[in-house]
Write a protein that binds this ligand. Structure first.
Ligand code: URA
Length: 239
C-alpha cells in the first residue's frame, strides 16, 4: 500500500468495517488523525507519520500480517469452502480485512504449524520447489518403523505416482506396534508424508507439522489458536 491513503481504505483494511460504515464512524466524530477529528472519510493520511485513532483505539497499521496457527483437525487449509470450516473462519474480525491465505496446505486431518499471511512474495518464497524450505512433521505410524525406513527415506522413496522424493531425515522416537517419528522433508507434494510411509508399507494415523524453516510451532498455542509472528520469527522462516 502507498504511504498516503484514504482514511476509509486504511480503516477497512484494518477491519473497522466497510467504506460506508467508516463514513458513518467519521461523521460521528469517532476517527482521529493526530488527535484531530476527521469528518471526511475520503481524506488522505500518511500511515507512516500519522497516529490514527478510532475512539480510544490506536490503529496499528500494517500492510502485511503473518499469523502462526496451530491448525486443528477438521478444518480445511483454504480461504473458503462450501462444506467445511476453513482456517480463515477461525480468525477474529480484525484480520478479515487483510485477506490472508494459508501458505501451503495441511490435510483436513493434519494438525499443527500453519502460516497465514497476505504477503504473496513471502508465500512464494516458502512454497517455491527450488528453495527447499524444510518442513518438520511429528507422526504416529502403524507398524514398527526401523533403520531400514530411515535409510530408505535418506535415499528417497518412490511414491504411488512414480515420483522419487528428495532425501528426507527420519528420526524414530519410538518403534512399536504404533511408532512415533519425526520427519524433515524439503518439498511439499500432495499428502507427501502419508504417501512416503505408504511407499514403505506403513500407515500414518496421526500427523502434525511442528516446524517450517527454523521456526517451530509455539507449544503455548492450543489447537485452533493463533498469534502474529514477531519480527525475528519471520526471519527464521526463510533462513
Ligand atoms: N503430508 C501429508 O501427508 N499431509 C499433510 O497434511 C502434510 C504433509
Amino acid at each position: 500500500m502507498a504511504k498516503t491513503q484514504r482514511i476509509d481504505k486504511i480503516l477497512s483494511h484494518m477491519g473497522y468495517g466497510t467504506r460506508k460504515e467508516i463514513r458513518y464512524l467519521c461523521k460521528d466524530g469517532m476517527v482521529l488523525v493526530d488527535d484531530k477529528i476527521v469528518k471526511d472519510s475520503s481524506m488522505h493520511v500518511n500511515v507512516e507519520k500519522s497516529i490514527i485513532k478510532v475512539g480510544e483505539d490506536v490503529v496499528n497499521y500494517r500492510e502485511f500480517v503473518y499469523i502462526l496457527m496451530n491448525k486443528p483437525a477438521g478444518v480445511i487449509s483454504a480461504t473458503e469452502d462450501t462444506r467445511h470450516e476453513t482456517v480463515v473462519d477461525l480468525l477474529d474480525m480484525e484480520y478479515r480485512g487483510f485477506e490472508v491465505f494459508p501458505v501451503g496446505r495441511l490435510d483436513i486431518d493434519t494438525e499443527g504449524f500453519l502460516l497465514l499471511t497476505n504477503d504473496g512474495q513471502l508465500a512464494h518464497k516458502l512454497l517455491s520447489p527450488k528453495k527447499h524450505v524444510p518442513k518438520t512433521y511429528y507422526a504416529h505410524v502403524e507398524g514398527k518403523v526401523t533403520e531400514t525406513d530411515i535409510e530408505a527415506f535418506r535415499r528417497g522413496v518412490t511414491l504411488d505416482d512414480g515420483y522419487e522424493t528428495l532425501p528426507a531425515e527420519l528420526t524414530i522416537l519410538k518403534s512399536d506396534d504404533v511408532s512415533e517419528i519425526e520427519l524433515i522433508i524439503y518439498e511439499g507434494k500432495f499428502h507427501q508424508v502419508k504417501r512416503m510411509f505408504e511407499a514403505v508399507e506403513k500407515k500414518v494415523i496421526y500427523l502434525k507439522r511442528i516446524a517450517m524453516g527454523k521456526l517451530k510451532l509455539d507449544e503455548d498455542l492450543e489447537l485452533g489458536e493463533y498469534r502474529e509472528l514477531l519480527e525475528e520469527e519471520l526471519q527464521q522462516l526463510t533462513e
